[in-house]
Ligand binder design. Structure first.
Ligand code: NOJ
Ligand code: NOJ
Length: 446
């Protein structure tokens, strides 16, 4: 009783918004996501810099360093921590990547995961997965550019990017791999289908563009030119994923193996690609009508497929409609990913003060956001402001779904059950935490 009266008094004297904000669920979840993510890095029984995908060692065993998950986790930390606090974490990560690049591997630099003892995973698996090296380049090149600004050019030249061929530095090795291998078939980020994937190509394009920037900055102009040339070709390859007939982006083209039942070819990883790797001025940005149309198709599909989505506002998002992994359920990292995408779209419209509604994107605005736009450019303040506020509201609804299905202490596993909403599959998934952090970062930029 006493305590309650005391807190009422304290709260009464705090500025309202501050009191509300400080202990809001969102802020608490942000903090615990950060802490829980950190617990999965450099654990006592793994090498330094090693990021376990989850502490779960059975059903499923995720006690490995996945190249993709780890790079995305490092990118999330990059957005979350002050630079000085990032540096030691990156040092460990860079040393680890340097070892992983040189250790024996079945498929070379596209190898998807590593054991806690430092060796590569050598049992049957969907390999190679060529998004991994590209995601590493994205995180590490951004880091290198920051280091150069802060007087760290020597370290960058000796450890991250030296012009020498064969490459003997971390970023250069990955750039050489990406630029020479992107035309080959590989397994998608879900480790299931072999072919050419929108997500993989998208992150490869970004890796090559950023890599070229770094190469130029360090005087390696010939290499920069080569990386850019590959990026231009990737651009053209990406265009081929658009289906005007279906009105969405096809996740895989030229399938040559793996799961045969992804009939719709509709996949939430298209939205992740935009979150993880869009660059100003390049196609398939957040505001691209084709991305918007795909987001709408995905929401509509998952609304129908997961019974739990009819019980609450907002939509739990899964990987793709035909998914059967653990029965096929919504995932935290994808539901957070959609929140992030909505905030990013709102941010772009805030900057542009205008938006375009086309045949391709009109259902998103009219059916989903509940507006009544006809085609064309919308640039009056009132309408643009309304769109932004509805985007934020829907972004928050995705977060509300995370709040509803999360554990009490902020625990986020990989999935939540499509019937009863309880968490499922790998516990404390590091990538779930990373995507919650980046979603909130996007929200805070608004
Ligand atoms: C099948 C799943 O669908 C895939 O995404 C996963 O990575 C592997 N099994 C390993 O757990
Ligand atoms: C299965 C997911 O499909 C894949 O994307 C991820 O890398 C691994 N689990 C590890 O989290």
């Amino acid at each position: 009783m006493k305590k309650t009266i005391f807190s009422i008094i304290v709260v009464a004297f705090l500025p309202q918004s501050f009191a509300r904000q400080r202990d809001s669920w969102e802020n608490r979840q942000y903090q615990s996501s950060y802490e829980k993510l950190r617990q999965n890095i450099s654990r006592s029984d793994t090498p330094r810099g090693f990021v376990v995908a989850s502490p779960s060692k059975s059903d499923p065993n995720y006690y490995f360093h996945w190249v993709r998950d780890a790079a995305l986790v490092m990118s999330a930390l990059q957005q979350t921590l002050p630079f000085d606090q990032q540096k030691p974490l990156f040092r460990d990560y860079i040393d680890l990547v340097n070892n992983h690049q040189q250790v024996w591997k079945i498929t070379g630099q596209g190898e998807p995961k590593f054991n806690p003892d430092g060796s590569s995973y050598s049992l049957p698996w969907g390999r190679p997965q060529n998004d991994g090296p590209a995601l590493r380049v994205i995180a590490l090149t951004r880091h290198a550019l920051r280091l150069i600004e802060n007087g760290g050019i020597d370290y960058v030249k000796s450890r991250l990017y030296g012009g020498k061929i064969p490459a003997n530095t971390v970023i250069k090795r990955d750039l050489e791999y990406v630029s020479h291998n992107w035309t080959k078939h590989d397994f998608d980020l879900w480790e299931e289908v072999k072919g050419h994937h929108f997500y993989t190509r998208y992150v490869q394009r970004t890796a090559l563009v950023l890599g070229a920037q770094l190469a130029d900055r360090l005087g390696d102009h010939g290499a920069a030119k080569w990386y850019r040339k590959q990026a231009v070709e990737l651009n053209q390859a990406l265009e081929k994923h658009w289906s005007a007939e279906k009105n969405y982006i096809l996740t895989t083209r030229n399938r040559v193996g793996g799961l045969p039942y992804k009939h719709t070819n509709l996949d939430a990883s298209v939205i992740l690609a935009v979150n993880h790797a869009s660059l100003p001025g390049l196609s398939f940005s957040a505001t691209d009508e084709r991305v918007i149309a795909t987001a709408w198709k995905l929401i509509a599909a998952f609304k129908d497929i997961y019974p739990i989505n009819n019980r609450f506002d907002g939509t739990g998002i899964g990987r793709y409609p035909e998914d059967r992994y653990f029965g096929g359920n919504p995932w935290f990292l994808l539901t957070a990913g959609f929140a992030e995408y909505f905030y990013k779209l709102a941010e772009s419209y805030q900057k542009d003060h205008r938006l375009t509604v086309s045949d391709t994107s009109k259902k998103f605005f009219n059916k989903f956001l509940g507006l009544q736009f006809s085609h064309g450019v919308i640039s009056d303040d009132l309408s643009v402001t309304e769109v932004i506020s509805r985007l934020k509201k829907h972004g928050d609804q995705f977060l509300n779904r995370i709040k509803r299905h999360a554990g009490q202490d902020g625990r986020l596993d990989e999935q939540f059950d499509k019937y009863n909403g309880f968490m499922k599959s790998a516990r404390d998934l590091t990538w779930s935490y990373a995507s919650f952090l980046t979603a909130i970062n996007a929200k805070r930029r608004l």
